[in-house]
Write a protein that binds this ligand. Structure first.
Ligand SMILES: *Cc1c(COP(=O)(O)O)cnc(C)c1O
Length: 234
């Protein structure tokens, strides 16, 4: 039965998160598990919600804005996918965190919309750690500069970095990448830039979240291991 399957999946992911925290000598409450619910029906989200989950991640603005009114209002919604400037206005006051800011122009638009809605918007800088041409995100060596530029926008607040690691066969292969992102966040934190925090590291997905936690992730974005495979042809 679907409900039991989802409950079992969540328990198993929770156990793996807890075990990774333990191996790394970290407290479980240092890591936020985000249930990535893209393509999944709200009935699935509700099952996971009823198990206590309050952090959900979506990668499309339209899907996010459709799901929000269908779900209880104490959820932290995370926008984890690429964001187009013309869609910022629909979500700016509805999300807990935008994980995918990779240009000044996008941050500028978020700043404008944030002011219109009277909010301050927490964001992460997306870093394309492996320099993959298929991925969004700034290069490692460009991240600090972008943080400096965005720091002057007073209605956005940089909370840290996000990365999508390569799709590898063995999760261990991504350890070096996660380590580099952690190093970069320490490096940027040491600059003590006004209005820039480096307390969040959003990295690790179904395939590699345990390694990411061992390397310092504070937020892991897990879809498939909780909700099962996605079918994009529905
Ligand atoms: C889909 C998605 C995830 C979750 O991927 P899984 O491998 O299913 O866990 C995480 N982060 C981003 C940005 C995504 O788009």
């Amino acid at each position: 039965m679907r409900e039991q399957e989802l409950k079992d999946n969540l328990i198993s992911v929770e156990e793996r998160v807890a075990a990774a925290c333990k191996r790394a000598g970290r407290n479980r409450d240092e890591v936020t598990l985000i249930a990535v619910s893209k393509t999944k029906p709200v009935s699935d989200l509700q099952v996971i919600y009823d198990q206590g989950m309050r952090s959900f991640g979506e990668n499309k603005v339209q899907e996010l804005t459709e799901k929000i009114p269908e779900m209880p209002n104490d959820i932290d919604w995370h926008l984890i996918g690429h964001l187009q400037r013309n869609k910022v206005k629909y979500i700016v006051d509805k999300v807990k965190l935008i994980h995918s800011v990779d240009s000044y122009r996008l941050a500028e638009e978020i700043n404008i919309q944030a002011k219109k809605h009277g909010v301050i918007v927490p964001i992460l800088i997306e870093v394309n750690a492996a320099n993959e041409t298929t991925k969004f995100g700034v290069k490692l060596e460009e991240a600090k500069q972008l943080c400096q530029e965005i720091s002057h926008l007073d209605a956005v607040h940089i909370m840290g970095l996000m990365t999508i690691a390569p799709n590898v066969v063995v999760p261990e292969e991504n350890r070096g990448i996660f380590h580099k992102i952690k190093d970069l966040s320490v490096d940027i934190a040491n600059e003590n830039i006004d209005n820039v925090d480096m307390r969040i590291l959003s990295m690790g997905m179904t395939n590699d979240f345990e390694v990411a936690i061992e390397e310092g992730a504070t937020h892991v974005r897990v879809g498939t291991a909780i909700f099962g495979e996605r079918n994009y042809n529905l």
